[in-house]
Design a protein around this ligand. Structure first.
Ligand SMILES: NCc1[nH]cc(CCC(=O)O)c1CC(=O)O
Length: 308
């Protein structure tokens, strides 16, 4: 039996698909990797936030799950919108990598408090947090896949890039990490650091079983249920600077999540805990609290500014 794995064609996406194929090897299943181009790969001259629609990295891949030309799709969990098409489901999450962001630079002695320091990013969450914590920093838009961004940095477009540790590590750029950014104040995006497997609800049982058995990491899955439920209730989408990070503390899942205004001036952050069985409820509860405590206002303002 062969499991056909759909993925984007970027180096990071291919690394992740290859990783999934390797995890599946002991199951006895054969694997085949199918590369698919997405809107997010084609439109490189504007920030993801401005492309606007949900699922810029997933739409074309999900179409192939729906028409049966691939069995599973492999995504960075972070790139998935909170609501999937009715016929599809997430059946596995890999063990989470270190979840934090890092500063990547050729300058090992990066001074984050230097006035006018240019940090490259295309994420609204990172821009807003940078404005909040480092008003001295100038955020500059640097897009493209990871290698392209690193080349642009080396060419002088910025002094450093702010990126997820997971992607930097997967592609072997650890030697360029100048600074680790603590999650306690720079809360990661929902799903950061884990790889998600999506499939059609009617996927062959044996294939589904192999994926769940050999790929899924139950603790990570529990945390993802909490984070994604938060995102779903917030109704944010990938262009909104929301954040959410769940992890186990003893027997409980602790979720810290919220939203920050685009100018970095207002942050609403809520922390709460619950047993894994209530992971979804926890995400929902935290989101409702975030909305009630000023998050709704921030969201409304962002939506207005995006229409403009
Ligand atoms: N937005 C693109 C994206 N999606 C997932 C990762 C990194 C890998 C991960 O978080 O699992 C990245 C790059 C980045 O944010 O630096």
């Amino acid at each position: 039996m062969t499991i056909r794995i759909g993925t984007r064609g970027s180096k990071l996406a291919l690394w992740q698909a290859e990783h999934i194929a390797q995890l599946l090897r002991p199951s006895g299943m054969k694997t085949e990797i199918v590369t698919i181009d997405t809107k997010g790969d084609k439109i490189l001259d504007v920030t993801i936030g401005k492309i606007g629609s949900k699922g810029v990295f997933t739409e074309e891949i999900e179409a192939k799950l729906l028409d049966g030309s691939i069995d599973i799709a492999v995504h960075s969990a972070k790139d998935l919108s909170s609501e999937l098409p009715e016929e599809l489901e997430l059946i596995a999450f890999t063990e989470r990598e270190q979840v934090n962001d890092v500063m990547v630079s050729t300058n090992k002695h990066l001074d984050l408090f230097k006035v006018g320091l240019r940090i490259g990013t295309a994420s609204t969450r990172r821009v807003a947090f940078l404005k909040h914590y480092y008003p001295n920093i100038e955020a500059v838009t640097v897009r493209g896949n990871l290698q392209t961004r690193i080349e642009k940095m080396k060419a002088g477009e910025c002094d450093a890039l702010m990126l997820a540790y997971a992607g930097v590590h997967r592609l072997g750029y650890d030697n360029l990490i100048a600074d680790k950014i603590e999650t306690s104040y720079f809360v990661p995006a929902v799903g950061q650091g884990t790889i998600a497997v999506e499939c059609h609800k009617k996927l062959d049982f044996k294939k589904k079983d192999a994926v769940q058995r050999y790929i899924n990491h139950p603790d990570t899955e529990d945390c993802m249920r909490a984070e994604r439920s938060f995102l779903k209730t917030l109704q944010g989408g990938c262009s909104i600077p929301s954040f959410g990070y769940a992890h186990y503390e003893g027997n409980l899942i602790t979720l810290k999540a919220g939203i920050i205004s685009l100018d970095g001036k207002r942050v609403v952050k809520v922390k709460d805990a619950a047993p894994a069985i209530d992971a979804k409820e926890l995400g929902k509860r935290v989101a409702l609290e975030v909305l009630a405590e000023g998050g709704q206002e921030i969201l409304n303002k962002i939506r207005l500014s995006m229409q403009a």
